[in-house]
Design a binder for this molecule. Structure first.
Ligand code: ZN
Length: 80
């Protein structure tokens, strides 16, 4: 019986973490392709609210909030 081959699967704080890499996409904890649509507020473009369809927004540092129904969207250029 062969031993499983370990390889670096992550680096946390500069320390390599050894483990078995997932062999199939279904073995991963999540599938990024299945996460669906993620609406964002794009600066300089008409942004229609996904809640009410209107285009008046209150822009903050991290999010934009619809002035009519308070739906909040993350700003496109903000990466937290
Ligand atoms: Zn709205």
């Amino acid at each position: 019986m062969s031993r499983p081959r370990l390889r670096v699967v992550a680096v946390l704080g500069g320390v390599p973490i050894l483990g078995q890499a997932p062999r199939r996409l279904s073995d991963m904890p999540h599938d990024p392709a299945q996460r669906g649509c993620i609406p964002v507020y794009r600066d300089g473009e008409p942004n229609h609210c996904p809640g009410c369809g209107r285009t008046h927004w209150h822009i903050g540092r991290l999010t934009a909030e619809c002035a009519f129904c308070a739906t909040a969207l993350p700003l496109e250029h903000v990466h937290v």
